[in-house]
Design a protein around this ligand. Structure first.
Ligand code: LLP
Length: 416
């Protein structure tokens, strides 16, 4: 296992940038999410430099990690946003986003959410059904405005990833088939309450092969070209997100290879590219720091019981995802095969299974790595556990960017 560059052992102590994890645990308690600014910077700069030759707008996918400090930082670094709810709209506006850089995806937009986004003046709605287009038209008319739209095409592209996060085939609820999309654009072009401005797709998440992205891109590109020949020029080609990263030993998506392919297709065309990266911006920048509570052993197995559970990080339970777990203090050789489990009353509450772990003891700290994306954003209060705090590390400084939820805060909405 090679650690990302923002993490390193110094004299046996694991540091995130210039701050030791043991110090962070003392200051903020455990479990706690830790984010590295330097890592986010590296991720974003890589994307920006790989696509530098193209007119393009990175719209960070807020669902991956919607902490306001992350949103503010990405906004200041030149990102727009991909949102999927009225709640995410409020967050990006609070983070100071220019609404003209916000795209709105999702199959279940409500009238209230549409109104809020129309009033804010977002860049475009990625429309996912005929019913949604009708409602959006009604809302735009009622508000005396025009709705900028792109239709999300389901390109029928198979992408190798977990079935729960694959989205680009006919068995999935997302987007519409190209033939239906043509009808939706015709309808939109004929009605003054719409402003067709793009075409979009999103084929899934954690995809490490460039080929399916190119297939999907070719599909939306050719679609836009055909529409233009039909008298309907569009400005944006939105490829969605889904760029895969390294959790264990997989080869992450070679974004440069994809960027080269996109550049070849886009050069000399009138289109601007939009991408919606989430995980690839923040995934490796975050870790979940947790303390070992107990060691248990039965006839078959060793269990390392830690103070973080599936309510804090659900990915291993939900998708069987692998997250590297390392000790905050390096140990002399000596390892044990164990399940790393949380305090939640479910067998599915594990962070690792049958993992070769260093011989940790109760009271010691472990870091669950690559937890910056879909970590806190999927956290819950299951088993009435308050959600953990989030801490932002930059150089030698650490700042609390979300405090630990209190038991009182958790219960208050239920009291009369
Ligand atoms: N755009 C759209 C329309 C999306 O639905 C998604 C993710 C993204 C962009 C960002 O995808 P990314 O670049 O982060 O792969 N909870 C799962 C992942 C769910 C992804 C949902 N959609 C996980 O923990 O792996």
């Amino acid at each position: 296992m090679t650690l990302d560059s923002h993490l390193e052992y110094r004299a046996g102590e694991l540091f995130c940038e210039g701050v030791s994890l043991s110090e962070l645990a003392v200051q903020f308690g455990t479990p706690v999410y830790i984010y590295s600014q330097a890592a986010i910077e590296v991720n974003l700069h890589r994307l920006q430099s790989d696509l530098a030759s193209l007119p393009f707008l990175p719209c960070y996918s807020v669902k991956a990690n919607s902490n306001l400090s992350i949103l503010r930082f990405l906004r200041e670094s030149g990102c727009g946003f991909d949102i999927v709810s009225g709640g995410e709209l409020i967050r990006v506006l609070r983070a100071g986003a220019n609404p003209a850089t916000v795209v709105y995806s999702g199959v279940g937009k409500t009238a209230g959410e549409m109104d809020a986004a129309l009033r804010a003046g977002i860049l475009m709605f990625n429309v996912e059904s005929a019913g949604e287009l009708d409602l959006l038209g009604n809302r735009a008319r009622a508000l005396g405005t025009r709705a900028p739209i792109s239709v999300r095409i389901n390109p029928g592209v198979e992408a190798e990833t977990h079935p729960y996060i694959s989205t680009g085939q006919a068995i999935h609820k997302f987007g519409v088939p190209a033939e239906e999309a043509v009808e939706l654009y015709r309808k939109a072009a004929a009605a003054p309450e719409f402003k067709p401005c793009g075409v979009s797709c999103h084929i899934g998440s954690q995809i490490v092969d460039a080929t399916p992205f190119m297939k999907a891109f070719n599909e939306i590109h050719d679609f836009a070209v055909a529409l233009r020949a039909d008298g309907l020029p569009l400005e944006y080609l939105d490829l969605g997100g889904g760029f895969g990263i390294r959790y264990s030993d997989e080869r992450p998506l070679d974004f440069l290879e994809l960027a080269d392919g996109l550049a070849t297709r886009l050069r000399g065309t009138p289109y601007k590219l939009i991408v919606e990266p989430g995980r690839s911006m923040v995934g490796n920048a975050g870790l979940l720091l947790s303390r070992v509570l107990y060691l248990k052993r039965n006839q078959q197995k060793n269990f390392i019981v830690v103070d973080a559970g599936m309510n804090d990080l659900v990915r291993p339970s939900l998708y069987g995802s692998f997250h590297e777990i390392v000790p905050a203090r390096q140990k002399p050789a000596g390892s044990m095969l164990a399940d790393v489990v949380g305090p939640i009353c479910e067998t599915g509450d594990f962070l690792a299974r049958d993992r070769e772990m260093p011989e940790v003891r109760p009271g010691e700290l472990v870091a669950i790595l690559t937890a910056g994306a879909y970590g806190f954003s999927l956290a819950s209060n299951y088993n009435s556990r308050p959600r953990p705090p989030e801490v932002w590390v930059h150089g030698n400084t650490a700042k609390l960017v979300r405090r630990r939820e209190t038991l009182e805060e958790m219960i208050r909405p239920e009291e009369a």
